[in-house]
Design a protein around this ligand. Structure first.
Ligand code: AHR
Length: 833
């Protein structure tokens, strides 16, 4: 029988009430901590119902981050503690605290010290020396560890005569297991208000073209007056619009890195995909008759090679090999003749197997030797293959094919069309190599920059945590070189001595940092990177840069430490060591700290607290949000304390690639320009995605082997990147609507460029109606007669809009902004009299 929900009393009994803390097994325990309250322990009222007040941070997204059987208690100081089990296997339990049950501290995870998994975790003694107990379901026994501070815990003791001290209640028709506390009514009232506020925000942030069409159904065309005040200006960070590069979605191998041969050195491994794909191994992308060997490799870091005996092998590239008729392609390989002639016929084949170009290598040396030749296809092919036929018996490795026409013509270079599209944003900085790739999936997967430089055959390849392989052909030298080529400040981000908080490989929950005895070596790696980038050629690492072909320093100014890490003691200890060492040796380097993966929550708060403590010059904020969030949070930085660290908004995007998303981002970017005294840098993420190989959507630029497909979001980035300014000009804006939901959808940002005295006005309209805008540029010495005007507009659901530019002759200051549009007006300085 379905029980009827009991309506909450209008006026609850004053004073004390009972609070029941519980989790459900719905969605395998992913929903977190819920509360119900009661006056009499009989009639219970759910808060939400089932509103989540705390969620587990432990382990990988998807399968982990579970909260099982939470236990809530209050200590003598009035602080609430929550303990919970995490899963059925890891023999770890979680702990965190809160003053009000709404804002929670960072989570810590404690081991049961090999006495089995921790179930029914609870507290036996909750004052002074806390005693945490748990059940090991396998042997049916209870164990305990004690602690004064939940930082260090005693060894494990078995305890007799223990039983689970949880209770059961009925809430509506459900029987719930949890535990009960006496709290003040104000506490429950606070929980209710926090839940209501979150609901309101969720609803507000769900706005879309569809909800706009209902909400603004009666909205008439609008009129605005904007007075831009040239005398009221503030400096803008010169680095505001940059790019975030991560090898995600095949952004590097098979993407920006122009190599056309996939698995060129037979180093793919089942581990790349955590052994989930039986077709992924050292033979992936290859066909033909050959064996693999690893006895006498070209280099110890490049173990596998092919042994071919009077036979052929074929590489199918990344979704095929695309070549252009008449262009030159540089082929190379390492070969060692084992028997017979050792002649190798190299052929490019079209999709039907016909040869479109060929050449011969005379691999006569009996030791490993590099051979090179060029190929010029007589036909364009989108889906070709490379075939090698060996006359005799030979060992082959690092079989490579590059277009000669790479970006800026570099050897081991970048795909020209993609690199040019990226450069088209006019980015002022580039972050690399991630993202999560930087801190890796488990300790063994932390990105170590030293593994990525030097001769290709010596680079240490890695599993890519996004589920494929990193050849490291695009390594730190190539990243620095690309930055230089596009005049972007390099911003390398290195792990803070801890792997990704979502690590699934070799541990979880990030309690496993690099062991302290190896931290000095790790810190030295960080220092060596700065020497590699900036040191003279007489330094150890500066010399290596020179050997790679760049004797001049790269002039590195910024270094990121950590990537949206879980802020734990394990993290803080290592992070502080790195920061201290960099500061000591290179005080001029700007260290960018990390404040978690979201714009709120424990990692955000505690990351900021550490930044304050360490007085970091800058922190890296990340947030992926709905377009509604960006529309409703344009004031996010208006109230930031200007005396604290500056902000690098290192990863952000609204969830989607429509014009609506792009305009929500544009609106937000006008707010970033307004706040560019505190927000120093910002980069949309991720940057690149290969069609058919995306692990993350949306991305800024999609591509396949022959086409580059910038999104509408790209064009917004480009409009901001190409129209970046040195100063921001204040404006007075009036719109003939008093509805805050309307006024916040009209954004404006005006900048001036020191170089030429030009003024650029960006106007964003995220409304389904026009806004006729009368602009006055007060005290600005600009020509009004001829103004360049670029407009990005269209159906808010479209993914195809392109900016169009025209010249407005005799511009009188009045312009009608189309529904759902972004307009950029460029005013040249007035001619000198
Ligand atoms: O941009 C994709 C991923 O999002 C990054 O790797 C990570 O830092 C963030 O969670």
């Amino acid at each position: 029988m379905q029980l009827l929900a009991i309506a909450a009393p209008v006026k609850p009994a004053p004073g004390k009430v009972y609070l029941f803390a519980y989790a459900t097994t719905k969605e395998k325990g992913h929903r977190g901590l819920h509360f119900a309250w009661s006056n009499d322990k009989t009639n219970w009222f759910g808060i939400g119902p089932e509103h989540s007040f705390l969620k587990s941070d432990y382990g990988a997204w998807g399968s982990e981050k579970r909260m099982l059987n939470p236990y809530l208690f209050k200590d003598a100081s009035g602080l609430y503690h929550c303990l919970w089990s995490l899963n059925e296997k890891d023999a770890v339990f979680a702990h965190t605290t809160s003053k009000d049950l709404i804002i929670w501290r960072g989570q810590n995870y404690f081991a049961t010290n090999d006495v089995g998994n921790a179930e029914q975790v609870s507290i036996l003694q909750n004052q002074g020396n806390f005693v945490v107990s748990w059940l090991n379901a396998k042997d049916g026994k209870y164990y305990a560890r004690s602690t004064k501070d939940f930082k260090t815990l005693s060894g494990v003791k078995q305890i007799e005569n223990q039983k689970d001290n949880r209770q059961k209640i009925r809430l509506n028709s459900a029987e719930l297991t949890g535990n009960m506390l006496e709290v003040s009514w104000e506490t429950v009232d606070g929980l209710n208000k926090a839940m209501e506020a979150e609901r309101f925000r969720t609803k507000q942030n769900a706005s879309s073209p569809k909800s706009d069409s209902l909400q603004f159904v009666n909205l008439k065309p609008l009129e605005a007056t904007v007075t831009i005040k040239a005398k009221e200006s503030k400096k803008i960070s010169p680095l505001l619009t940059g790019i975030f590069f991560e090898d995600i979605n095949y952004a590097a191998d098979g993407g920006l890195y122009a190599e056309l041969i996939q698995n060129r050195d037979f180093e793919y491994s089942g581990h790349d995909k955590r052994y989930n794909d039986k077709n992924w191994n050292a033979l992936t992308a290859w066909k033909g008759t050959f064996t693999l060997d690893s006895l006498q490799p070209v280099h110890q870091n490049n173990k596998h090679y092919a042994v071919v005996n009077n036979a052929s092998l074929i590489n199918e590239g990344y979704d095929g090999i695309a070549v252009v008729k008449g262009e030159v392609y540089n082929f190379s390989l390492f070969a060692k003749k084992l028997e017979g002639k050792g002649a190798i016929l190299v052929e490019l084949l079209d999709s039907k197997g016909a040869t479109i170009t060929s050449a011969k290598v005379n691999a006569s040396a009996a030791t490993w030797k590099k051979y090179e030749l060029t190929l010029k296809p007589n036909a364009a092919v989108a889906n070709g293959t490379l075939k090698l036929t060996v006359d005799g018996k030979a060992a082959l490795d690092l079989i490579s094919l590059f277009p000669e026409n790479t970006f800026k013509g570099h050897k081991n270079g970048l795909r020209k069309d993609l690199a040019e599209t990226v450069a088209g944003i006019n980015p002022t900085f580039m972050r690399f190599p991630g993202g999560c790739v930087a801190h890796g999936d488990g300790l063994g997967n932390i990105y170590r920059w030293k593994n990525t430089i030097g001769p290709l055959e010596s680079r240490v390849q890695q599993r890519n945590l996004w589920g494929y392989h990193q050849s490291m052909g695009l390594g730190f030298f190539e990243y620095f070189q690309f930055c230089e080529d596009i005049a972007a400040e390099p911003v390398p981000v290195l792990a803070a001595g801890v792997p990704c908080q979502n690590s699934a490989d070799g541990g979880a929950g990030q309690q496993f940092g690099i062991p302290m005895e190896h931290m000095d070596e790790y810190v030295q790696d960080v220092l060596d990177l700065i020497e590699y980038a900036n040191g003279s050629i007489n330094t150890v690492w500066g010399k290596k840069r020179a050997e790679a072909g760049h004797p001049k320093p790269f002039n590195l100014k910024y270094i990121g430490i950590g990537n949206e890490d879980l802020i734990t003691d394990v993290f803080e200890e290592r992070y502080a060591m790195i920061v201290e060492a960099v500061r000591k040796k290179y005080p001029q380097i700007i260290i960018i700290g990390t404040v978690g993966p979201f714009n709120e929550g424990a990692d955000y708060r505690e990351g900021w607290a550490i930044a304050d403590k360490l007085k970091l010059p800058m922190v890296d904020e990340h947030y992926y949000q709905s377009p509604g969030w960006f529309i409703n949070n344009q004031d996010f930085y208006d109230s930031y304390d200007r005396s604290r660290s500056k902000v690098y908004l290192g990863e952000y995007a609204s969830w989607g690639s429509t014009l609506y998303n792009a305009l929500a981002e544009a609106l937000y970017l006008t707010a970033l320009e307004r706040n560019a005294d505190v927000v120093s840098m910002a980069s949309y993420a991720p940057l690149l995605a290969k069609e058919g190989h995306t692990q993350w959507n949306p991305d800024m630029i999609y591509f396949n082997n022959t086409e580059v497909k910038p999104t509408v979001n790209y064009y917004v980035q480009q409009l901001f990147g190409q129209n970046a300014g040195d100063k921001y000009l204040q404006s007075d804006i009036t719109l003939n609507s008093n509805d805050a939901d309307v006024t916040k959808r009209f954004g404006i940002s005006t900048i001036t460029k020191d170089k030429d005295g030009s003024v650029v006005v960006k106007l964003v309209n995220v409304l389904p109606t026009t806004i006729t805008t009368k602009l006055t540029l007060q005290d600005a010495n600009v020509a009004m007669g001829s103004v360049e005007c670029t407009i990005l507009k269209g159906n808010p659901n479209t993914k195809q809009a392109l900016p169009a530019t025209k010249t407005l002759k005799q511009f009188g200051g009045s312009i009608t902004l189309e529904a759902y549009s972004m307009t950029v007006l460029k005013f040249k300085p007035a001619a000198k009299k």
